[in-house]
Design a protein around this ligand. Structure first.
Ligand SMILES: O=C(O)CCC(=O)C(=O)O
Ligand SMILES: [Fe+2]
Length: 300
């Protein structure tokens, strides 16, 4: 596949003072020379924002940041999201705790874009590793929805450009796993009530770059609207498989001190579940996003 297929369709910053080493043409870069425990200068903030638009997921190494500093870093890029289900760090409600000793997190081992069951899914998220399995494993993969869209045939692009799809909380948060105690069940029922299935475009326009991205994910997308159910199932199966091909994705092997920051508007990710019963703990701070729209500006 020609690397030019992934050329960004927007201007790169003229003078990026932070060095970024790409991990692949489609997605991912390691950013050096920035200490995320300190407030960012306006130019660092702008650089990181531009690099995020270009590379879709950024990695910072050898950071020592507390959950509060992680929250403050994420706040540079927007208001923060409070997750309806996941437990949080005491005193830092914006930081969710993904701890395999406390929760059944097997649903993250499914390709998904975070929180697309809401009408305004997050713009992005910042993830830190707090405890890595001593067995190794526990990698995370990210895939680029823009690279996936670009690689579709013209006929397929035309077919899907105007379609919309349903996204449902229930698909990744079944009551069997998230309603096991009385308190959990109450939280789950309230969330179910607050978040009925929503509709999003199948092809999303990135609100900042204008790039088109495939915007269906196995984690939450249940069906394509207004077409025959069998056609919907076949098309969804093709599109979700295509979206996560190795050509459009990278796999990150976590080390202590790593921080990942992804653009949740045009990517999806997968947390590899290969280390249980070893324990793994991550913290995620999530940034609020806007309502997705498609090429004809149709909203869900
Ligand atoms: O644990 C991970 O590596 C990622 C989990 C996940 O899906 C998320 O933080 O949104
Ligand atoms: Fe996720």
């Amino acid at each position: 596949m020609a690397s030019t297929a992934f050329a960004p369709s927007f201007p790169l910053p003229a003078n990026t003072e932070l060095k970024a080493t790409p991990l692949s043409p489609a997605i991912g870069a390691i950013v050096e020379s920035v200490d995320l425990s300190h407030p960012l200068s306006p130019s660092q903030k702008n650089n990181i924002h531009q690099l995020l638009l270009r590379h879709q997921v950024l990695f910072f190494r050898k950071q020592t940041i507390s959950p509060a500093q992680q929250r403050d870093f994420a706040r540079n890029f927007g208001k923060l999201h409070l997750h309806p289900i996941f437990p949080t760090v005491p005193d830092v409600p914006e930081a969710i705790v993904l701890d395999t000793a406390k929760n059944d997190l097997r649903d993250n081992a499914l390709w998904h874009t975070d929180v697309t069951f809401q009408q305004e899914p997050p713009m992005g998220a910042v993830l830190t590793s707090r405890l890595l399995p001593e067995t190794g494993g526990g990698d995370t993969l990210w895939a680029s929805g823009t690279a996936a869209y670009d690689a579709l045939s013209d006929g397929m692009k035309q077919r899907i450009d105007t379609l919309t799809a349903q996204h449902d909380f229930l698909r990744s948060f079944p009551v069997s796993r998230y309603g096991r105690t009385e308190a959990e069940l109450e939280k789950w029922a309230e969330t179910r009530n607050n978040f009925p299935p929503v509709t999003h475009p199948v092809v999303r326009i990135h609100p900042e770059t204008g790039a088109k991205a495939l915007f269906v994910n196995e984690g939450f997308t249940t069906e394509i609207n207004d077409i025959d159910p069998e056609e919907s199932a076949a098309l969804l199966s093709y599109l979700t498989r295509h979206a996560t091909r190795p050509e459009f994705s990278i796999r990150w092997r976590w080390e202590e001190g790593d921080v990942a920051f992804w653009d949740n508007r045009i990517t999806q990710h997968y947390a590899v579940n290969d280390y249980l019963p070893a324990r793994r703990i991550m913290n995620r701070v999530t940034i609020i996003g806007d309502r997705p729209y498609g090429p004809t500006r149709q909203e869900g």
